[in-house]
Design a protein around this ligand. Structure first.
Ligand SMILES: Cc1cc2nc3c(=O)[nH]c(=O)nc-3n(C[C@H](O)[C@H](O)[C@H](O)COP(=O)(O)OP(=O)(O)OC[C@H]3O[C@@H](n4cnc5c(N)ncnc54)[C@H](O)[C@@H]3O)c2cc1C
Length: 433
């Protein structure tokens, strides 16, 4: 697997509080649970286990938040890609209802953690907007909002004029606003989760690549590149879009697609007030969607799909800058100060996957680019499952590890699909104009 794009060029690395010390693992240790991956899922699992008196060691190849958790758009989005009625139809009334209840509360978990542990995380909870780029997309958004309203969620539909007021762009036919959501500085949140977990007694080891998983008797031994190892009753793999070859064929169950982002230099007060003045984030409903917001320093940041390989040249972000200027002409000529990207784990059925392929081994992979809220809540669910053994604690049933057929070709298909979807989006936009 190619070396991932570094974290440092990101806006978040430039504006986060310092990382807590996470020295590499240097010896053989024993613990209750060994967690591989220090993103939201791994760290939330560790913290919630510690609160239940269960010891864990977290192994992280680079540093906490190095993966998607330190690079994302910081949009805290409740819900999965599927609407409540779809989830009920897919999973039946009992499991479906539990799943809908779980996803409806994922954003709450983020703010419960931030508040309870007084985390130093710039954040705003004024809601998340999903806007319709064409009138064709409105019925689906209205149905989504109606389903959540029926369940008592604080959501509303915005007509074209209200959307323009909320977003500051006249490009949309309408939107829905979900007041459960909001924004965080994502790397600050990952680092504060790590700091809090360490404070609760968790051993977090950075620069420690797990290289081998072995089952010996009723224990797991996790070996690392530096020669140290962890012996544990259980292992949690929380490596998501950064999954390597630690567990056979796991990497082939997802497509690790790149999402790229740009951030401008801080905007003047006037311009700042003209974009998303309510402090929300916006993800638009296009097939190849864009997501954007302002951050706590007054910068505008926007993300969207990028090329399949790692970016190498500012040209690789050019399309995002063009979209920015099209939607917000007031940003024409404003310098782009940061360009970065990261890997999003896509699954074929658009659902996150849980696996339990051997006794005591729990895997979470594939959050379809929506993991800030989901993975925070997933960690809490994992801790409950490990502590109680109650399978109902898991929001989704564990499934077999099933690689995508001809995995390498899937990446080519995805690249082709992205181009095709972009074309359809352009045609929709042209028809709507
Ligand atoms: C550019 C971008 C924008 C996004 N925007 C949003 C957004 O706005 N809102 C939203 O909800 N979601 C967003 N996402 C998705 C979200 O960031 C992820 O779903 C989430 O962070 C995944 O968290 P995680 O803990 O599962 O995995 P990650 O945070 O990816 O952590 C996995 C970790 O495992 C480590 N690792 C891998 N292999 C090993 C090994 N063998 N040994 C040790 N460590 C290992 C990696 O170094 C990595 O740190 C975005 C993602 C990207 C990339």
């Amino acid at each position: 697997m190619a070396e991932p794009f570094p974290l440092e060029p990101s806006l978040w690395a430039a504006t986060a509080p310092p990382a807590p010390p996470t020295p590499p693992l240097a010896e053989r240790v024993s613990t209750d649970v060994c967690i591989v991956g220090a993103g939201y899922c791994g760290l939330s699992t560790a913290l919630h286990l510690a609160e239940r008196g269960i010891k864990s060691v977290v192994l992280e190849a680079k540093e906490p938040g190095f993966g998607g958790s330190g690079r994302n758009g910081g949009q805290v989005i409740p819900g999965l890609k599927f609407d409540p009625d779809e989830l009920l139809a897919m999973f039946g009334p009992e499991r479906g209802t539990r799943l809908v209840d779980f996803v409806s509360r994922t954003a709450d978990v983020v703010w419960e953690l931030i508040d309870k542990h007084k985390m130093n995380v710039p954040n705003t909870r004024n809601g998340w907007i999903q806007s319709a780029f064409s009138t064709k997309a409105m019925p689906a958004l209205e149905a989504r909002a109606a389903q959540w309203q029926r369940l008592g969620a604080p959501v509303e539909v915005l007509d074209k004029a209200a959307t323009e007021r909320h977003v500051g762009s006249d490009q949309y036919a309408g939107a829905w606003l979900d007041r459960r959501g909001g924004v965080v500085q994502p790397l600050a949140y990952a680092r504060e989760l790590a700091r809090t977990a360490i404070g609760a007694g968790v051993a977090v080891h950075g620069k420690t690549l797990a290289t081998k998983l072995e089952r010996t008797g009723d224990k797991w031994i996790v070996s690392t590149a530096g020669g140290a190892s962890v012996t544990a009753d259980r292992v949690v793999l929380a490596t998501n879009g950064y999954t390597g070859d630690l567990w056979p064929r796991l990497r082939q169950t997802i497509i690790a697609a790149n999402s790229f982002q740009i951030a401008t230099r801080p905007l003047s007060d006037n311009v700042r007030k003209s974009i998303l003045p309510g402090g929300q984030a916006n993800s638009d409903s296009r097939r190849i969607g864009l997501y954007y917001r302002l951050d706590h320093t007054g910068r505008f940041l926007l993300g969207g799909r990028g090329r399949m390989g790692e970016p190498t040249h500012p040209h690789d972000w050019r399309h995002l800058q063009a979209m920015t200027e099209k939607m917000f002409p007031q940003l024409k000529g404003v310098e782009v100060e940061f360009r970065w990207g990261g890997r999003v784990a896509l699954t074929r059925d658009h659902l996150p996957h849980l696996h339990e392929p051997a006794p005591g081994l729990l895997i979470d992979i594939g959050c379809m680019g929506r993991g800030v809220a989901l993975q925070s809540a997933m960690g809490r669910a994992f801790a409950e499952y490990i502590a109680t053994g109650d399978a109902a604690a898991l929001p989704l049933p564990p499934t077999p590890v099933k690689p995508l057929p001809v995995h390498g070709l899937n990446e080519l298909y995805l690249a082709a699909f992205i181009n095709w979807y972009r074309l359809l989006d352009r045609l929709d936009a042209a028809r709507a104009a």
